[in-house]
Design a protein around this ligand. Structure first.
Ligand code: T5A
Ligand code: NA
Length: 215
């Protein structure tokens, strides 16, 4: 029979980028759009600050707790691992998940502090792979002008500059670099949303027959 042609898993749509580049704004807009259009869709954000691990991460990011660079790296990673069973079930059950930051942030931010890039990748090996990475690219001059910049640990211009370069390196090194959709995040919220809707509908339509990838 042709069972496989009717089965559709959900799509894993990931937003990545430096701080204040508009990831949450666009992830939420996409979520609302897909919901209104009747798609089964869930929203996920990393770090997920609601779990016990996430609460420690929050204390670190808000400068209320100090942690060794490698220890906090592993906590960010563990925070993703603890969500894997739920995310996997949703995807296999046909629900699309929109994810705001993931392992690419994990590796970029930690490596930008000087940790070895390959060491940083190890703890995320085996996590579910996204179907698309919507990368919001913005110069640090522009992101700095946006609301709220400067409140949390990593929101410093020089550091963000390094993080942006590290993200670019990750894309360059990715065997699957067709996963990356780099958008000019300086455009208007509406203009970006239109492009993101187009990319996402294409992914939702075409990922269904492919198995979920881990690794
Ligand atoms: N981190 C994260 C790690 O070190 N390791 C990890 O493994 C992970 C997962 C917190 C920090 O944790 C680090 C990275 C981060 O430094 P977070 O909770 O995602 O990560 O950070 P947030 O503070 O929630 O979000 P960001 O700072 O990344 O901002 P967003 O989501 O990119 O931007 P957004 O949408 O909130 O917009 C920022 C401002 O810009 C405006 C918005 O209105 C808002 O004021 N804006 C625009 N202005 C003009 N034009 C546009 N197109 C605009 N779009 C949005
Ligand atoms: Na955000």
């Amino acid at each position: 029979s042709t069972n496989t042609s009717t089965y559709k898993r959900g799509a894993f749509i990931l937003f990545e980028g430096c701080d204040r580049t508009g990831k949450s704004t666009q992830a939420n807009k996409l979520f609302e759009y897909l919901q209104i259009k009747g798609h089964a869709v869930k929203f996920w954000k990393f770090p997920d600050r609601t779990t016990p691990i996430g609460q420690t991460i929050n204390a670190y990011l808000t400068n209320n707790q100090e942690l060794d660079d490698k220890a906090i790296h592993l906590l960010f990673s563990a925070n993703r691992w603890e969500c894997m069973p739920k995310m996997k079930n949703l995807l296999l059950g046909g629900t699309t998940i929109i994810v705001d930051r993931y392992a690419y942030s994990g590796v970029s931010y930690s490596a930008s502090k000087g940790l070895d890039l390959n060491w940083c990748r190890c703890s995320d090996i085996g996590l579910l792979r996204p179907d698309v990475i919507i990368f919001m690219d913005l110069s640090t001059e522009e992101s700095e002008k946006r609301g709220g910049f400067g409140e949390e640990r990593y929101e410093k211009k020089d550091f963000q500059e390094i993080v942006r370069k590290t993200f670019a390196l990750l894309k360059e090194k990715d065997d699957d670099d067709s996963l990356w959709e780099v958008l000019d995040a300086k455009q208007s919220v509406e203009r970006l949303h239109e492009q993101i809707v187009e990319i996402s509908l294409d992914i939702i339509e075409n990922c269904g027959q492919l198995p979920l990838k881990e690794g």
